[in-house]
Design a protein around this ligand. Structure first.
Ligand code: SAM
Length: 252
């Protein structure tokens, strides 16, 4: 991708006061200073290369590579064939995870995101990476959308840098999960507190319930540095690879 450079300025305020989803930066464009929140993806995707410059260059996000590498390892260990994966990439954004999977040679990769801006950015920045890209709100998919997704016969779902912190809600995750074939691979990352008793986010409960009810079988769980915060602190996440054993049919 062509390397556009932006003048990004991080705020002077004590960053410890800001939750991860409240963080923001200043974008200096043609002499004007614009405040952009980290989670205002529609805005971020509008500027070619800005998302990559902020999260991947400056804040050293390592997650697409990490999740892909442990997915590969898990499949190799179970004598599976990585190149046969038909992947649904949930919360695909402008396609960074899709590109990683594409470069590693999966059979199919299909992206889904709620934002039209994400799709536009994908077409602008990484056209040809996904076999198909759907703009849909996964929290509320219709029967028609569900059978459209099922036609791809996905045997893998990825969801990177998109769970918790006000991104993909649990229902969206469940709806996508239920589209994946039994025995399919689930490869995600999730914030480090998700195994703590104190974590009362929906995901903490959902993943724990999935494990104890044998909805998923964990193959690999690894704590790693997802990225750094705006004051340089490491932000640790878990990368998790599991195999789907059955659909999720419970109410949380
Ligand atoms: C931080 S981005 C991650 C993008 C990409 N996976 C990456 O690693 O760069 C999170 C994405 O989740 C998408 N998202 C949030 N809620 C969603 C929903 N209900 N259905 C589909 N996508 C959603 C957002 O639009 C955003 O593009």
């Amino acid at each position: 991708m062509e390397n556009l450079r932006y003048h990004i300025q991080l705020p002077m305020t004590d960053p410890h006061q800001l939750a991860q989803d409240e963080a923001y930066f200043f974008l200096n464009l043609n002499g004007e200073k614009k405040t952009v929140r980290f989670h205002d993806y529609a805005d971020l995707y509008t500027y070619k290369g800005l998302y990559e410059q902020l999260f991947y260059e400056r804040l050293k996000c390592a997650s697409p590579k990490k999740v892909t590498s442990i997915l590969k390892k898990s499949i190799d260990h179970s004598k599976g064939v990585f190149s046969e994966l038909r992947v649904l990439d949930v919360g695909a954004g402008n396609g960074i995870m899709g590109e990683e999977l594409f470069n590693e040679g999966v059979a199919r990769v299909v992206g889904v995101d709620i934002l039209e801006e994400a799709h536009k950015a994908l077409l602008r920045d990484r056209a040809g990476i996904y076999d198909e890209y759907y703009v849909m709100d996964l929290t509320a998919i219709s029967e028609q959308q569900k059978s459209l997704l099922q036609q791809w016969q996905f045997n893998c779902m990825t969801c990177v840098a998109a769970l918790g912190f006000g991104d993909i809600p649990t229902q969206a995750f469940i709806n996508a999960f239920n589209v994946i074939e039994i025995g399919g691979w689930i490869a995600i990352n999730i914030k480090e507190t998700f195994l703590d008793k104190t974590d009362n986010s929906g995901f903490s409960l959902l993943i724990k319930e999935m494990i104890v009810n044998q909805v998923i079988d964990i193959y690999h769980l690894e704590k790693y540095r997802h990225r750094i915060s705006i004051d340089g602190r490491p932000l640790f996440y878990y990368a998790l690879v599991a195999r789907k054993e059955q659909d999720w049919n419970w109410i949380l």
